[in-house]
Design a binder for this molecule. Structure first.
Ligand SMILES: *[C@@H]1O[C@H](CO)[C@@H](O)[C@H](O)[C@H]1NC(C)=O
Ligand SMILES: *[C@@H]1O[C@H](CO)[C@@H](O)[C@H](O)[C@H]1NC(C)=O
Ligand SMILES: *[C@@H]1O[C@H](CO)[C@@H](O)[C@H](O)[C@H]1NC(C)=O
Ligand SMILES: *[C@@H]1O[C@H](CO)[C@@H](O)[C@H](O)[C@H]1NC(C)=O
Ligand SMILES: *[C@@H]1O[C@H](CO)[C@@H](O)[C@H](O)[C@H]1NC(C)=O
Ligand SMILES: *[C@@H]1O[C@H](CO)[C@@H](O)[C@H](O)[C@H]1NC(C)=O
Ligand SMILES: *[C@@H]1O[C@H](CO)[C@@H](O)[C@H](O)[C@H]1NC(C)=O
Ligand SMILES: *[C@@H]1O[C@H](CO)[C@@H](O)[C@H](O)[C@H]1NC(C)=O
Length: 460
């Protein structure tokens, strides 16, 4: 391609150069121009064909000679006819076949046959002050137009997916050098893992047959003189059930749980993709037993008939051709109108928030529990100490009045668990047990009520 683009200016330059040489030698350049509209012509068998030729010269001439030659499969150039001025001399063999009316150099082939396929050469010579000649080649092909293609399907009956193969064969009654192109839903099919094509593309094999292969198939038959498309065929492919779902126009749906109001009719419909259509049945699941309630894709139960607060209904879809079955279940809850109203506004965001809050609280509780677990151990240890050490601390009863907490507190420390020694100090802040320093020193605060306790109480 790039080479052509490069070659063109080069040959033009070469032609220019040759022209200039002619000008120098003869004083003429392109005095005779011979042109053909196309170097390749596709003809139809049995039809006439015109090989158009145009020529032009700008010098005065006395004689114009036109010569047609043919080179068929034998690769031997055969002269067809020749004319000088208006006089045409045909080869005896071809005089009824070819016509030329000079000065028009075009050649008419009266009835085209396969044997006429090959290379045609026209040569024009003009004679005046100088003799100039020019020639051109035209390649002619002969074909029979295609008739409308017909597709044959093997097997003619339906095919179960993953079990059978489909072979489509495209045939044309008439037509030479036919090219076949397969199409699915109007788009060309290329050979792939699922589609294989015969050498001349007339046969398409679908292996394996899957649900995705369902579609409108057609075949385009064409050659250089014609193109026709077949009717569309839809091979029967049995598949499914796929994508079984249960839905209801009533009730509030959260996942697989449907909440119906009391008194509202429980209605469900079941659907799944399959060919041929599934047979549906509805099953009720009790604790231990299952039983078919109804056949068909619709289920209706009066909510009063529900014996329990929650019930599971299952839909079963069965494809008799593929022998496959699928089943899915829904849970039905009968709620009061208020409950269902709540359900209506229970958005997924609220559910997520609820779960998050629950998790956070759980984590907090876990942390707190872990934190105060050691405190229990200390308390146990402290409880085993002599009564006397504890007396004052235990004499404090409730906390009805903040003034009850008034007093002097003794701060008792246990530096190590083996020998419990005490360090007493006076403090007036806080009450309770310090846990943070458990690994270092353990403190206990013992409250001492001062003498003026009652006076202070009277003051307020
Ligand atoms: C004929 O035409 C060519 C160019 O096409 C030109 O070079 C030449 O001079 C012309 N000759 C005459 C006699 O007009
Ligand atoms: C062709 O016609 C020209 C004049 O138009 C004439 O001079 C010439 O002789 C003719 N050639 C033949 C072969 O008849
Ligand atoms: C030659 O004849 C054909 C048909 O007979 C016509 O189409 C064409 O225009 C003619 N060419 C010239 C140069 O007159
Ligand atoms: C389908 O084609 C595969 C491979 O071409 C072959 O092995 C298999 O036997 C074929 N099955 C049928 C049912 O024709
Ligand atoms: C197909 O070809 C046969 C002869 O081979 C011919 O009789 C018939 O008319 C053709 N049909 C069409 C539609 O061209
Ligand atoms: C081709 O076959 C594979 C399974 O072998 C399947 O998953 C895929 O959908 C098929 N593609 C088409 C276009 O049928
Ligand atoms: C196949 O063709 C039928 C009618 O001929 C049309 O109803 C259907 O939608 C087409 N299917 C596809 C996948 O184009
Ligand atoms: C279900 O079966 C278990 C034992 O398999 C039995 O104990 C229980 O009572 C049964 N429940 C009902 C509702 O039948």
């Amino acid at each position: 391609m790039g080479q052509d683009a490069y070659m063109e200016p080069l040959s033009a330059t070469f032609y220019d150069l040759r022209c200039k040489i002619y000008v120098l030698l003869l004083g003429v350049c392109s005095a005779l121009k011979l042109t053909v509209p196309s170097h390749t012509i596709h003809g139809i068998e049995g039809q006439p064909l015109q090989l158009l030729v145009g020529y032009h010269f700008n010098i005065t001439v006395s004689d114009i000679q036109i010569k047609w030659m043919f080179e068929g499969s034998s690769m031997q150039a055969i002269p067809l006819l020749m004319s000088v001025n208006q006089t045409v001399v045909s080869d005896l063999e071809y005089q009824h076949k070819f016509t030329c009316t000079p000065p028009n150099a075009s050649l008419l082939i009266k009835s085209l046959h396969f044997s006429d396929e090959g290379r045609y050469t026209v040569e024009i010579k003009i004679a005046g002050n100088e003799r100039i000649s020019a020639r051109q080649n035209i390649h002619v092909t002969v074909d029979v137009p295609v008739t409308k293609p017909v597709i044959y399907t093997e097997p003619s009956a339906g095919v179960v997916e993953y079990k059978g193969n489909i072979t489509l064969k495209c045939t044309v009654r008439n037509g030479t050098r036919v090219i076949f192109q397969w199409m699915k839903n109007g788009n060309p099919i290329e050979a792939s893992t699922n589609y294989s094509l015969s050498a001349n593309h007339d046969t398409l094999s679908i292996v394996p047959v899957v649900k995705e292969a369902v579609g409108n198939y057609s075949c385009l038959a064409s050659n250089s003189v014609s193109a026709l498309q077949s009717d569309v065929i839809m091979p029967t492919i049995y598949y499914g059930p796929y994508g079984l779902t249960v839905n209801s126009e009533k009730g509030q749906k959260i996942g697989k749980v449907f909440t119906f109001d009391k008194g509202e009719a429980i209605q469900f419909y079941c659907s799944a993709d399959s060919n041929p259509p599934n047979t549906y049945s509805w099953i009720q699941k009790s604790e231990n037993s299952t039983h078919v309630i109804t056949h068909g894709r619709y289920l209706e139960v009066a909510s009063e008939k529900m014996t329990r607060k929650a019930e599971e209904y299952r839909c079963s879809a069965y494809n008799s051709m593929t022998g496959k079955r699928d089943e899915t279940g829904v849970f039905v809850i009968i709620g009061s109108a208020k409950m269902s109203q709540k359900g209506k506004y229970l958005s997924p965001l609220a559910i997520i928030t609820g779960i998050s809050v629950f998790l956070i609280i759980s984590m907090c509780l876990l942390i707190l529990w872990k934190k105060f677990q050691p405190c229990k151990a200390i308390q146990r240890k402290l409880q085993s100490r002599p009564e006397t050490d504890y007396r004052k601390a235990q004499s404090i009863s409730g906390h009805e009045n903040a003034l009850d907490d008034f007093g002097i507190y003794e701060f008792v420390a246990f530096p190590d668990p083996t020998g419990i020694s005490r360090v007493s100090s006076q403090s007036d802040s806080g009450s309770g047990i310090q846990c943070q320093d458990f690994h270092g020193t353990v403190y206990e605060i013992i409250r001492k009520i001062p003498v003026q306790h009652h006076d202070q109480q009277h003051c307020t």
